[in-house]
Structure formats: C-alpha cells, structure tokens
Design a protein around this ligand. Sequence first.
Ligand code: IVH
Length: 500
Amino acid sequence: MNPTLETIIQLTKELNYLNYQYYKKDIKEISDQAFDFKLKTLEQLERDNPSFVQPDSPTLRVGGFVSKKFKTVVHQTPMLSLSNTYSKQDLIDFDERIKKILDSSEFEYVCELKFDGLAISITYEDGKLLRAVTRGDGIKGDDITANVKTIKSMPLVLFGENWPKKLEVRGEIFLPLSSFEAINKKRLENNEPLLANPRNAASGTMKMQDSAIVAQRNMDCYIYGLLSDSNISNSHYESLKLMKNWGFNISNTYSKCSNIDEVMMYIESWSKKRSHLPLETDGVVIKVNDLRSQDKLGFTSKFPRWAISFKFESESVQTRLKGVTYQVGRTGTITPVANLEPITLAGTIVKRASLHNANEIVRLNLHENDLVALEKGGEIIPKVTHVNIEARRFDALPIEYIHECPECKTALIRIDGEANHYCPNERECPPQILGRISHFISRNALNIESLGIKTVQGLIQKKLVEDISDLYHLTFSQLNGLMFETTEEDKTKIITKEIC
Ligand code: IVH
C-alpha cells in the first residue's frame, strides 16, 4: 500500500479512537497538544492527497464538536463568544468605547462570573421545556434535550406568570466540584482513570448517549441569558430577576455596577471569593445592562460590543526540578514526569507534574535543577508553563530524553510525526502487563475483588503472570503469601500513570 495512504488510514483510526475515548468514555489518553498535532498532520496529508481522505476522517466534522450521534439543530440566534482579556487597561478601553457610542457615561453594567462548563441554549414553548442544544460551532449544535432534562435545577415547566409563549434561555452546564471529587474518589476505588477536570467532565457527560448515566452525575446549570421576540424586560438585570421567578437557577453572584471602578471592585472581590463557590469559574463577564443600549452597540463579526470577559490569571508558583522520571502506561506510552520540590498550589501540595512527551521538554528547554513555573487551571495535574532561565546555573545540563524503557530496558520507538515514545515490549514489560491486568480485573470488567494491584505486582515480579490467561492457571501455593492490600497511594500511582 502507498505509505502516505497507510499513514492517513492509521491517523484516521487513531484520532477516531481518541475522540471516542474522550467524548464517549471521558478518557483523555493524550494531551490536547499531542491530539492537535496529530489532527494537523492528518489535515496536511489530506490536503496534499485529497483522493486518500477516508470517509470517516475526523477532519470532516466542521467545527469539530458537532457529533453525529445527536440530531443537529441550527440555532435561531447564533451562539457567539465573548472577547477575552487579562488586562484591566482593556476594560478601561472597553468602557471608553461604550461611552463614545452611547454618547453618555450614565449607564450601568451587570457583572457576572464566567462559569466554566458547557454552553447550552434551551427553548421553552407554552412554558414547557422543548429543546436543549449545545453551542456546537456557534451556528448549529447537538440536541441533548434528554440529557438536559436530567438536571434537577432545570425547570421542565415554568413557574410564575408572564412568560412569553416562546422563549430561549442560555446558560452554562457544569459539574459541581463536590460531584467531580466524589466521582473521582469512586473511580480511584475502582482502578478507573480519573476525570481530568470538571469542564471536560461536564461536556463529556452531556454528550453521553445514556441519559441514565447523566442523571447519576448530579450536573447543574446556571442560566445567564434570555432571548425572546416579545419585549418582556428593559434590562439584563430585570431579565435575571424574571428568569429567577420563572424557576431558573441563577447564580446569586451577579451585581449591578454604575461605572468601571465598581466593575474593578467586583473583579477584585470575586478573584478571592470564587474559590469558595461550588464550581470552577475562570473570569468575570461584564455586560451593559440596558437592552436598548445593547442593541445600539450591536456586534462585531464575532463578539457582542456590549460585553467583554475579564479572565482571572491562573495561580502560578515556582519550584525546583529535582529530576525527570519516566512512566510506562498500559499501552506502552512513555510519559516523562517532573519530580519537584514540594510546593503548595491552589490549596494542594504538588510534588510532580506531567511533562507529556519529548516535545514538551524541548519546548520548555528544560535543564537539570531548573526553577520551573507551575499552574493549575482546573486540572488535577498541574502544568509546567515555563522555566525561569535567569535562575539557571551556568553549568546546568539539558534534560536528555531516555532511549530505553525505564522498566524493561527495551529500546524505545517513536513513530514519525508522533509526539510520544513507546516501549514495544508489550508482552514482557511489567507496567504494561500490570496495566492490562488491573484493567481486566477492575470493577467495570471482571470485578475480581479478591485480587488487588499489589498482588498482581507480586505475581508479575515472580514471573507467574505475563498475560491475563495466566491468572487462570495460578495455584494456591503460588498465591499464598502474595495477597496484599492495595493502598490508596498505590492506586493513585497506577491511575495517574494513565491520565498523565
Ligand atoms: S454571556 C455573546 N455570561 O462564555 C455571548 N457567557 O465566551 C454572551 N459563559 O460560550 C455570553 N459564563 O458559555 C455569558 N455569565 C456568563 C457566562 C458566559 C460563562 C461562557 C458561555 C459562552 C462563553 C463566551
């Protein structure tokens, strides 16, 4: 077969598999960066060889997020995004632009938190929930009505009165932090890969086919927008109050501000208080309150001119790199891990951070003993964002990637164009055997409760098992003295190997 065609077929298969793992099973096997790299490689190969494009190519899905399994619905009003900034000066400029267009400084803002989840549009007719559609590519999204109906705070029928015959609300579906932690605690007990962060978990969950599973996850939703043909309110603030009376779940964190100084005070106060909220927030949304002024300000091609989002800086700390070790995953993927001087970040002590792959070590230009900057943006595993080069010793040596498997000493392979190195010794490499067997005995597979990870480790060390089938040939005397309890720490070690 033509080698390019072969690569295209292989990449198509792999990306479809990774998409399936991510969207259907909530498992992120490789970093976003590694995934994008593979997708871009495939796009380029397809552009150069259009006749080789596979009918199930992941590049054929416009916008990337409209999945095939749900009905696609075109939004009556496109779901735009907000222009983002990290700079207070940009907010002052935003305020100046508005004053100029409105030709007045007598207007109000409403500040809200920027909830970090999955945007949703929900249509009601005659007071009944008709349809819920994801943002998708902004023009069209997935009809996930059955899943949205499982959210307890979402009214299926509106309360109160005076709601228009037809209305659309917009909001953000999220997985509350308490549910996220509870799910991961359970996953840890069952040797299942952990959910990486509440946002991915929210969108993964809402795209599940089985709404019974969605219902168990205790998803929640905050509504922040009202669209209707009837003129039912004059301001955004009033719309929020109306929606609250109709039974919608409105976060009570919003506030009216009379000028940009009050906006700054809101930002200042919530940048600290937000850590006590039941969900992740990543900024503040500032909206002009008066709806007629909003109309006057209008939209650019991408964003409303009447709103902007100010993003919070992720908390960042610096610590020393003690060394790099390499983990071998269930499928032989090698993950370099930075071992760090312990440091507290966003309330937890961090000792290790994933470096993803060799490209990341090159990107960071990582040297021995470097002072590295860490951030935790809703992820369980913190990210090394950059190295403090000024603090590097003049004689520090660059970190050299390994050539051999740290566990079985087999020469590593790296397929051209791929970010990851692999250990090809799938039959004999102990962590690969361990990963396969612990997956096999886990609760969702054979659920062999009496066999813990430690015991399997012992069996592998003694060369009593190499394969799942070997479990069935063990004798009592071989097992005797090997039945260890698996500690929580062991499980974490094994499971974090899979998610790094
Ligand atoms: S208002 C024209 N308010 O942020 C867009 N959006 O970048 C108006 N978001 O996709 C959106 N919290 O999912 C608005 N309080 C809030 C929000 C919020 C989160 C998300 C929303 C949207 C994205 C815009």
